[in-house]
Write a protein that binds this ligand. Structure first.
Ligand SMILES: N[C@@H](CCC(=O)N[C@@H](CS)C(=O)NCC(=O)O)C(=O)O
Length: 216
């Protein structure tokens, strides 16, 4: 096994792969994608130029959810994907939920902050905020009786939830309207693998568009 992860500590989707690696103490080389050479190398492997990207010897694996599933062939103590088919489907469903309905609108709000005032997309931002409210509401009912997002164990669903809710709360606060979601976010952030990615991203907070809040 010779794993290299192309990633950046501040990038939300990279957290998903990093959390799974840390959960299982899987050894890997961290290829920081930051400068032009890093981006060129990433592009040579994946013209879409998105990360995380995993290299396992000569094999290239892209898409954060696929990377997490791929890593399960190097099992440590924590399976990110249940063996049972129905349980695995639920984990994949929650993974899709967090990516599509929390991460995507969160990224819309973040990227809009990077635009000039005249290029801002008021309609898109309002849609994203509406989607986040609906997603928080759905999650409130879903998460309140649970410790983790799916089943009884920490899984891919929680790998996805961590960055999605971490950054979503910065740009569209969960507040006291959704106490179950807020409590779940706190539980996830306290998980050592997640606390580690949060800490690794700390030095980059000054780059957060519009400024990062003074918490977490
Ligand atoms: N669906 C992809 C999304 C990856 C993605 O959007 N990554 C962001 C970082 S969080 C990225 O590569 N941004 C660089 C860019 O868009 O230039 C996955 O799950 O891996």
């Amino acid at each position: 096994m010779s794993l290299t992860l192309y990633a950046h500590p501040f990038a939300a989707y990279c957290w998903k792969a990093l959390i799974a690696l840390y959960e299982n103490s899987i050894p890997f080389t961290y290829r920081l994608v930051e400068d032009a050479a890093g981006w060129a190398e990433l592009e040579s492997l994946w013209p879409i130029k998105k990360f995380p990207l995993l290299r396992d010897g000569d094999a290239t694996i892209v898409e954060s959810s696929i990377i997490v599933e791929y890593l399960m062939r190097y099992p440590g103590t924590a399976r990110m994907m249940p063996v049972n088919d129905d349980a695995a489907l639920d984990v994949r469903f929650l993974d899709r939920f967090f990516d599509n309905y929390v991460m995507t609108p969160m990224q819309k709000l973040v990227s809009d902050r990077m635009r000039t005032q005249t290029d801002r997309d008021a309609v898109g931002v309002a849609d994203a905020r509406r989607m986040l409210d609906i997603a928080y509401g759905w999650l409130e009912a879903r998460l309140t009786p649970r410790t983790w997002a799916s089943g009884n164990a920490f899984s891919l669903a929680d790998c996805s939830a961590a960055p999605a809710l971490f950054y979503a709360d910065w740009v569209h606060p969960i507040g006291d309207r959704f106490p179950g979601v807020l409590a779940y976010r706190g539980r996830v952030l306290a998980r050592p693998s997640v606390a580690r990615v949060v800490d690794e991203a700390r030095p980059f907070r000054s780059f957060f568009p519009g400024g990062a809040p003074d918490r977490d």
